[in-house]
Structure formats: C-alpha cells, structure tokens
Write a protein that binds this ligand. Structure first.
Ligand SMILES: CC(C)CC(=O)Nc1cccc(-c2cccc(CN)c2)c1
Length: 232
C-alpha cells in the first residue's frame, strides 16, 4: 500500500496473508470458515506450490494471540484467468480445516448485487504489499482510503484504454494506491467486500494508471458452486 498508514490492529479480522516458505506473496480474505478469496495472478510465480494462509495477524513476524498459519487443501483459479490480461483474476483457496473464528478471525460478506459502486464512493483497501516505490515491505498491515473512479474515466485512452470490463472497477491512484503484494485483498465499501485487488498495469501510485479490482458480484455463482462442490 503506497501513501497509506498502519491499520488499527485486528480491525480487519477477515484479512489473510498468502505465504510461500514464510514469505508474504499476496493478500486475501476469509469468505467462509474454510475458504479464502484472492487473485489468480498470485500463483504466477509459485511454480505449482500451494500457499499457506496466515489468519488473525497484524504483524507478519511478531507472535500475536489468534495468529495462525493454515495449510491449503485446494487452490482453484477462475477458469477464465490467464497471464495476458486481468480478466477473471480470482483464486479460491480451501483451507485444510475450518478456520477457528474469534475476534481476530472473521468472515467478511461479499457483494452479491450486480450494481456498480457509485463513482466517488470512498472505499478502503488494506494489505502487506510494498509501501515505497523502491519496494519496501511492511511488517504490519497497512490501509488506505480510495475514491471509486467511474469505468468510463478509467477506460480513457490515456488511462487503462478500454481494458476495464464490466466485471472490473477502479479507484483513483494519485499517490495513494495498492502495490505489489496487495493483490488478492478486498476493496471494502460500506463494510462489504465489493472487489478484489488485481495487479493491472503493475505500476503503483501513478494517477494515469488507476488501481484495478475484480468485482465480486459477477462471480457469486461461481464462488458458491466451487464452495458447494468441495464442501465436506
Ligand atoms: C506473483 C505476483 C505477486 C506478481 C505481481 O503481482 N507483481 C506486481 C508487480 C508490481 C506491482 C504489482 C501490483 C499489485 C497490485 C496493484 C498494483 C497497482 N495498483 C500493482 C504487482
């Protein structure tokens, strides 16, 4: 997160850190006791290895009550996700067992209504992604508030040039923005997860390249189908 600040500890008990060999790779969030939603492009450099999911954390390194690393039983990228564009950039992770819910580990409801969030709505995004252009990684969860940018504005030739589909949404990226390692985290508007951070043009804090997110509502049926098929 560029231009943000340290989050209030444990105010986002839904936040997950997707890790490989103890290294934070991407964000994610708990959508059910045994399921985390993240971004498919986070698996681009994992060479087929399964993530581990850290729940209940504020600091990535300090011991904290209710902080626990979960193994993953299955990782299901959306069938439409690919390395060439940001379409269908969602990843479902089934934990080896149901997460133990408490004040630091909670499920976050996601938007199921197919209505766009109004441009100008101030939403918030959190993550352990890089906090400087030089790529410094924070130990503690960061957060930033961002106004939603209309799809037409975001699709302007000088911005994302008509690559933003109805299944995506944008936020202003002037100075304050998401960055490497924030992918997979939720964009929360009025307490509801509306979308998931995607890398987009993989630049950060450049107002010409607004932050891009995968809207969740268009994928509610896919999410329910996968969770239902793999339950038990
Ligand atoms: C395997 C993955 C971690 C590779 C990857 O995602 N790289 C990467 C590099 C630079 C910026 C970003 C990035 C992420 C989230 C939002 C944004 C832009 N706001 C950029 C992402």
């Amino acid at each position: 997160i560029l231009g943000g600040r340290e989050a209030r500890p444990h105010l986002r008990p839904h936040m997950a850190s997707l890790q490989l060999d103890g290294e934070h790779i991407c964000g994610g969030f708990l959508i059910a006791e045994q399921w985390v939603l993240s971004a498919a492009h986070c698996t681009e450099e994992t060479d087929g290895k399964l993530f581990q999911v850290l729940l209940g954390a504020h600091s990535l390194t300090e011991p904290e009550p209710h902080k626990r690393l979960y193994r993953v039983r299955a990782q299901i990228p959306h069938p439409g996700s690919n390395v060439y564009n940001n379409e269908d950039d969602l990843l479902l992770l089934q934990l080896e067992e149901k997460a133990e819910l408490n004040e630091h580990v909670q499920v976050l409801p996601f938007q199921r209504e197919q209505r766009d969030v109004a441009a100008g709505t101030v939403c918030e995004v959190a993550g352990w992604g890089t906090v400087t252009h030089s790529g410094r990684r924070p130990d503690r969860l960061q957060q930033v508030e961002r106004p939603v940018l209309s799809r037409d504005e975001c699709n302007h030739r000088t911005r994302h040039d008509h690559s933003i589909t109805p299944n995506m949404m944008c936020t202003d990226s002037r100075k304050r923005d998401t960055c490497k390692g924030d992918s997979g985290g939720p964009l929360v508007c009025n307490g509801v997860a509306e979308a998931v951070v995607t890398a987009g043009s993989r630049v950060c804090g450049n107002y010409k390249k607004p932050g891009i997110y995968t809207r969740i509502a268009p994928y509610a049926a896919w999410i329910d189908r996968v969770m239902g098929a793999l339950s038990g």
